[in-house]
Design a protein around this ligand. Sequence first.
Ligand code: ATP
Ligand code: MG
Length: 392
Amino acid sequence: MYDTFLIKYGEIGLKGKNRHVFEDALAKRIGEVLSGIEGEFRVRKERGRIYVHCAGEWNEDEAIDALTHVFGIVGICPVVIYDTEDYAKLEQDMLDYVGREHPDCRATFKVKARRVNKEFPMKSMEIDAALGEAILEHFPGMKVDVHHPEILFDVEIRENVYIYSRVIPGPGGMPTGTSGRAMLLLSGGIDSPVAGWMVAKRGVVLDAVYFHAPPYTSERAKQKVVDLAKIVARYAGPIRLHVVNFTDIQLYIYDQCPHEELTIIMRRYMMRLAEHFAKQDGDIGLVTGESIGQVASQTMQSLVTTNAVCTLPVYRPLIGFDKCDIVEISEKIGTYETSILPYEDCCTIFVAKHPVTKPLLSVIERSEKKLSEKIDALFAEAVDTAETLIIE
Ligand code: ATP
Ligand code: MG
């Protein structure tokens, strides 16, 4: 019965003079996600509102699913648009709406009218009262509850009358492309896809880097990372994914350095390589899925040593999260099922039985000196042989 969505956005509404920049980015992103599904969609901006008009062979579930992946949207409201004339017509339209949208008509409700078109001859509160009474009269199962109504009928009187009562939650955040780019270190685990999603939610465009160690890690492990990137890309837009062969660097570290320092030194090389690709891609930050104390390489002392090799800021959106909180988000965004597939990860292959948990930067730097002979060449080779995929 409806062919329009009213898009509610949150924080963008708090912006000042540059608000239109965010609204334009949101409208653009909505257009992009809808262009991937069947139907004709027109995105219209009008005085602090964004509407999506749907035509052709469009499917409600598909359209709503696409819109729930757009950062910046807090609510998606199916809205019915009526012509504005006078109060008598408005009342008729309201009763038509209630009868069709809520046919069982047993609920508590409240009417909230907003008169944007000041030429309409009644004030908002008068409209609330009159429409409320009309609903009570025609639908005996309906009861008013002004504090906690089960159904809130929003009635906006503009050039037309817009009536809606359903708000489907969106993901919130800021529209994609309004905050710069960052390089996500994306593994096949649970944490890093969530970390990337959280940063992307703030409007950041993502590039990603994945380190694999063939033949120790399989093609399936790599495919898993590609699949995770695809899920994140549904929200974040296309992701440029660099797949870096890390085997020779790992083996060299394994040969030259104390085994209990292996993970830390390896992590430092991951950060260095990630930063290399970040600079190449125009990224102004790195993103990881680290959380204080989760494993030996994520104690505060370990983070000092990995952080020391970076010149770009490292964003760790999960830093204070418990694992169960991260799992909850990964289930919500749809990465969990893929993340728990049991394929080997390059970090787990060479792990020491007793890794250092409180590494000293000076000690780690001294151990790394043992790599001086070949590491530059191996680093350059890892860069040169990296494969770059665009994940849509
Ligand atoms: P995740 O669940 O994200 O894999 P984790 O709990 O397994 O994290 P670590 O293996 O210590 O933790 O990795 C910490 C972070 O380093 C990850 O969140 C990710 O950002 C990055 N990282 C780890 N392994 C890789 C990899 N193979 N390729 C790219 N980034 C990686
Ligand atoms: Mg991992």
